[in-house]
Ligand binder design. Structure first.
Ligand SMILES: Cc1cc2nc3c(=O)[nH]c(=O)nc-3n(C[C@H](O)[C@H](O)[C@H](O)COP(=O)(O)OP(=O)(O)OC[C@H]3O[C@@H](n4cnc5c(N)ncnc54)[C@H](O)[C@@H]3O)c2cc1C
Length: 416
């Protein structure tokens, strides 16, 4: 049986997005709302990732609201107004109060990352976006130095999609970024983390909690009605060596700092509920090319201690959609035209990335002098609400202008 000519034509869209993570999906929704058609290529077969929670800050929550996804996100996640920092011995060093912020979403929201992705897949598809699951980006189709589409592979078969704009939303190891040939600075952190979703923790309602100690860090955040997101620093140990010590030993390590976690491991019988990762700090000097733009973790990857990766990615998506719309109207998708996106967004990514790098190095240092300074600064922040508000504005991603050195020095760089 012969195939029709229509079936032999390559796929076409206004924008082809590589990846169907949260950044890509948000961009697709925003573009579709503007009548700009999108196709997303995702190498995974469905939105399944490592078992983890994801914390949204006020800046990211504002974008979820804009996408029409905040209501449902609040149903599947948990809101916290207080971010509590405790010492390993249990002393409360700081109760950072998000209600100090002048913002309609003055709270944190933690949810299961996979559920959030499924929700955004639904919103994007409802808006008319097409997600091609199980398709892997291979290369950019170039014509006289301009992107005209991509080649992808699906089940061993190569095919093409034509589009005047290619967006690389393919995460920290972005292949689109490699094709763009930009300068990438990568810093791998020495400490690794185990993350996972465990059972509910009594007394944690409305609170996200972090334990700090030189060389140690433990985060616990309510994440939906029956779950808690756990984020635990295992130092330089490999996943294999933590596994060899056993789940019982890992649980004891967590409970030593956070006795309230004693019953949360019921039902966690296997390591499959936990994931291991080593964070990195990736800085990219150029986010755009002729007909190409990088979005989310492919443009900037921070230490998750900042809790800003996904939030900045969501904001990037809104701005990129606006710039692409302008480019479409002008019929110009050149690097110069797309540069407006980078100009608007890169400064914020630089501020947050550096702040995250500084705060995590400070918080995880095993130097006792730094520990004393850190604690002093946390206590100061606890008392001085004006300063606390300033620190929270950076954490929440809602600062108006780049904070000066004096402000940063006063804050002491302790808040994530
Ligand atoms: C353990 C952990 C905890 C975190 N916690 C937080 C947090 O609490 N708050 C926060 O703001 N941020 C957090 N982050 C960061 C946050 O997860 C990322 O910033 C965010 O998910 C970035 O989204 P993205 O869409 O840019 O990239 P990704 O989510 O990485 O999506 C990229 C997608 O591209 C696909 N892809 C890759 N290569 C190809 C290819 N060749 N072809 C087709 N598809 C491809 C991948 O399969 C993936 O689905 C955390 C990160 C980690 C690792």
């Amino acid at each position: 049986m012969g195939t029709s000519e229509e079936e032999n034509l390559p796929g076409k869209a206004d924008v082809v997005i590589v990846g169907a993570g949260i950044a890509a999906l948000a961009l697709a929704v925003e573009l579709q709302k503007k009548g700009i058609s999108t196709i997303l290529l995702e190498r995974q077969r469905s939105p399944e990732g490592i078992p983890r929670g994801l914390t949204f800050q006020p800046n990211g929550l504002a974008v979820l609201e804009r996408l029409g996804a905040l209501g449902r996100a609040r149903e599947v996640g948990s809101a916290s107004q207080i971010l509590e920092v405790k010492s390993w011995e249990g002393e409360v060093l700081l109760e950072a109060d998000y209600s100090l912020l002048d913002h309609p979403q003055n709270y944190l929201l933690t949810a299961n990352a996979t559920e959030l992705e499924r929700l955004l897949v639904y919103v994007a598809e409802q808006a008319g976006a097409q997600v091609l699951w199980g398709t892997s980006f291979q290369e950019i189709v170039l014509n006289a130095g301009r992107a005209e589409g991509v080649v992808y592979e699906s089940e061993g078969v190569r095919d093409e999609i034509r589009a005047p704009v290619v967006v690389g939303a393919d995460g920290p190891q972005s292949h689109v970024r490699t094709s763009l040939g930009v300068e990438v600075k990568t810093k791998k952190y020495p400490d690794s983390f185990l993350v996972g979703l465990v059972g509910p923790v009594p007394g944690l309602e409305g609170r996200a909690r972090q334990y700090q100690h030189p060389g140690k860090m433990l985060g616990i955040m309510p994440s939906g009605p029956e779950a808690t997101y756990l984020f635990h620093c295992v130092g330089p140990r490999s996943f294999d060596s933590v596994k060899k010590e056993g789940l019982g030993s890992f649980r004891a390590e967590v409970v030593q700092a956070a006795p309230e976690m004693a019953d949360a491991f019921t039902g966690v019988e296997a390591w499959t509920k936990m994931a291991y990762f080593t964070p990195s700090f990736i800085q990219v000097n150029k986010w755009v090319g002729n007909g190409i733009a990088l979005l989310g973790d492919s443009a900037h990857t921070f230490h998750p201690h900042a809790g800003q990766g996904v939030n900045l990615a969501l904001e990037d998506a809104v701005v990129l959609a606006e710039v692409i719309e302008k480019c479409k109207i002008a019929g110009d998708f050149s690097q110069t035209a797309l540069l407006e996106y980078q100009t608007q967004r890169k400064v914020r990514a630089d501020v947050i990335g550096k702040h995250a790098n500084y705060t995590v190095t400070y918080a995880l240092s095993d130097n006792w002098l730094i520990k004393r300074l850190n604690r002093r600064a946390l206590r100061k922040l606890n008392k001085d609400k004006k300063l606390q508000k300033k620190a929270l504005e950076i954490t929440a991603g809602i600062f108006e202008k780049k904070p000066g050195l004096v402000t940063l020095a006063k804050i002491g760089g302790i808040l994530p």
